[in-house]
Design a protein around this ligand. Structure first.
Ligand code: ADP
Length: 167
């Protein structure tokens, strides 16, 4: 059986927490598609092209993993890719409420779909893209949290923001 899973998210930017889920998820399926959401509602720091490039560099060499752009609804993307499994990572109770609702709604939209949750690794429980951006924004070192490809561009964004001044 050819088991295809999709790991959707904003990945703004990818962190070592996401990569842990990708490595562990890839070991469970034949193909894992990391779907980078191009969401008009959610504003991202990085463009979709940048988010995809960072991910592609980071997953290079992990067998069975590919990175794709996702424009519309997750269920439509799943159908187009012939995938029946959604992979998500779970950190805290606050993740749970949102994830529970999304998993339920996606099953209403696409009966037969299964969402598989992997519990975040101990080292990554407190890690989020939002915190990486906040720490970097205040001049902190985030090289322990996000892959090397992200760092120069993140630094450039933060410098530009400092030059623009507060506001
Ligand atoms: P979204 O905006 O869809 O939540 P994210 O890119 O923030 O997108 O996250 C994608 C998925 O990865 C979500 O399931 C999220 O819970 C999970 N995730 C994010 N950070 C971590 C982490 N540090 N450890 C494990 N899973 C994580």
């Amino acid at each position: 059986m050819n088991r295809i899973a999709v790991y959707p998210g904003m990945f703004d930017p990818v962190t070592f927490g996401h990569l842990d889920i990708i490595r562990r998820g890839a070991a469970l399926v034949d193909r894992l598609i990391v779907a980078v959401a191009v969401n008009i509602e959610k504003k991202s720091l990085f463009t979709s092209e940048e988010r995809i490039r960072f991910l592609e560099e980071a997953v290079n060499g992990i067998p069975g993993v590919e990175v794709c752009r996702m424009d519309g609804l997750l269920v439509d993307f799943l159908r187009a890719q012939n995938a029946g499994v959604v992979l998500r990572g779970l950190r805290t109770v606050s993740d749970f409420e949102y994830e529970f609702q999304m998993a339920g709604m996606n099953r209403i939209l696409h009966p037969g779909l299964e969402t598989v949750f992997l519990v975040a690794g101990e080292a990554f429980q407190f890690l989020s893209s939002r915190l990486v951006k906040e720490i970097a924004g205040m001049g902190g070192d985030v090289s322990r949290f996000t892959p090397p490809a992200v760092l120069p561009e993140l630094r450039r964004r933060m410098m530009a923001r400092l030059e623009r001044g507060p506001g």
